[in-house]
Design a protein around this ligand. Structure first.
Ligand SMILES: Cc1ncc(C[n+]2csc(CCOP(=O)(O)OP(=O)(O)O)c2C)c(N)n1
Ligand SMILES: O=c1ccn([C@@H]2O[C@H](COP(=O)(O)O)[C@@H](O)[C@H]2O)c(=O)[nH]1
Length: 247
C-alpha cells in the first residue's frame, strides 16, 4: 500500500527543507503580495501561466527584475501585450501551449514536469483561485487528477485562504498546525465514490466509511484538537483534501 506524507505549510515557510516549484494561474482578483512572495522565495523553478503573468507583473511592479519566472506558458489569449513584451525583452522563455482540449493549467504542469524531474523537487505549488468562474474551479481540480500523467511530483493548489491536493488510493499523513489550519477542512470524493475511508485526527472521523455525492461528503470538518499535528487518511479511491489556511 502506498504511503504519502504531505507538508502543505512547508511550501511557504522559508526555513523548511522542502524544495518546491511554483505555478502561477490567472484569477479574477489581484495576487496577495506577502503570500505570493513567500511561495516565490522558496521555489527553485517558477512558471507563470498566461494571464497569471499579468498579476505577477502587477504585484511586483516596483521590483520586476527580481521576480522573473523561468518560463511563461499558455495559449496566450490573456497575457497583455505590454506584459508579454516586458518578459520577452528580459529573455524569459515563452512556451506556447495552444491545444484547446486541455486547460492552460494542465499543459503548464506537463511543461513543468519535463523541466523539474532532475531537480529533486518535493512538490509543485500552484497559486490561483478556487473562487471566480466555476468551470475554472472544476478545471483546476481536474488538473490535479491529470497531473500524474505528466509528473510524479505531488501538486498542491493554494489560494490565499485554502489548500487542496488529491489523495490517491493508499495511506496519507497530512502534517498540520492548528494555529494555521484549525478552522475547517474537508474530504471530497470528486472523481467517484470512495467506499472505504478511515481517518484519524479529525473532529468527525470515518472508520471504513463511504463518501459519495448524494450520500455523504465531508465538509465543515475540522481538526480534532488544538494539539493535533497530523491527520491520517486511508482511502480506496482518489479523494480531494481541502483545508482552510490563515497565514
Ligand atoms: C468537450 C469539450 N468542452 C470544452 C472544450 C474547450 N476547452 C477545453 S480546455 C480549453 C482551453 C481553456 O484555456 P484556459 O486558458 O485554461 O482557460 P480560459 O481562461 O481561456 O477559459 C478549451 C477551449 C473542449 N475542448 N472540449
Ligand atoms: O478566473 C480564472 C482564470 C484562469 N484560471 C486558471 O488560470 C489558467 C490560465 O488562464 P487564462 O485565463 O488563460 O490566463 C487557466 O487554465 C485556469 O487554470 C482560473 O483558475 N481562474
Amino acid at each position: 500500500m502506498s504511503s504519502t506524507v504531505w507538508r502543505p505549510l512547508e511550501c511557504f515557510q522559508e526555513k523548511s527543507g522542502m524544495k518546491t516549484a511554483l505555478v502561477l494561474l490567472n484569477q479574477p482578483n489581484p495576487y496577495n503580495k506577502p503570500f505570493l512572495t513567500s511561495l516565490w522565495k522558496k521555489a527553485l523553478f517558477r512558471t507563470s501561466v498566461d494571464g497569471g503573468t499579468n498579476h505577477l507583473y502587477d504585484v511586483f511592479k516596483d521590483d520586476l527584475d527580481a521576480f522573473l519566472p523561468d518560463i511563461i506558458t499558455g495559449d496566450f489569449d490573456s497575457i497583455q501585450d505590454t506584459v508579454k513584451k516586458f518578459y520577452q525583452d528580459k529573455g524569459v522563455e515563452f512556451v506556447p501551449t495552444p491545444d484547446q482540449d486541455y486547460t492552460d493549467f494542465t499543459k503548464a504542469i506537463k511543461e513543468v514536469g519535463k523541466r523539474i524531474h532532475d531537480k529533486q523537487i518535493d512538490c509543485i505549488c500552484v497559486y490561483g483561485t478556487f473562487g471566480g468562474r466555476l468551470d475554472h474551479v472544476f478545471g483546476n481540480i481536474n488538473t490535479l487528477f491529470e497531473a500524474d500523467q505528466f509528473t510524479s511530483t505531488n501538486v498542491l493548489q493554494f489560494s490565499d485562504d485554502t489548500v487542496a491536493f488529491l489523495l490517491q488510493k493508499g495511506e496519507h499523513k497530512i502534517e498540520v498546525d492548528p494555529s494555521v489550519c484549525g478552522e475547517w477542512c474537508g474530504l471530497i470524493p470528486v472523481g467517484g465514490p470512495c467506499h472505504c475511508v478511515t481517518t484519524q485526527g479529525l473532529k468527525w472521523n470515518l472508520d471504513k466509511g463511504a463518501l459519495r455525492f448524494g450520500e455523504l461528503i465531508s465538509t465543515s470538518n475540522t481538526l480534532e484538537s488544538k494539539e493535533t499535528n497530523t491527520v491520517t487518511v486511508e482511502t480506496d479511491s482518489p479523494l480531494l483534501w481541502i483545508m482552510g489556511i490563515s497565514t
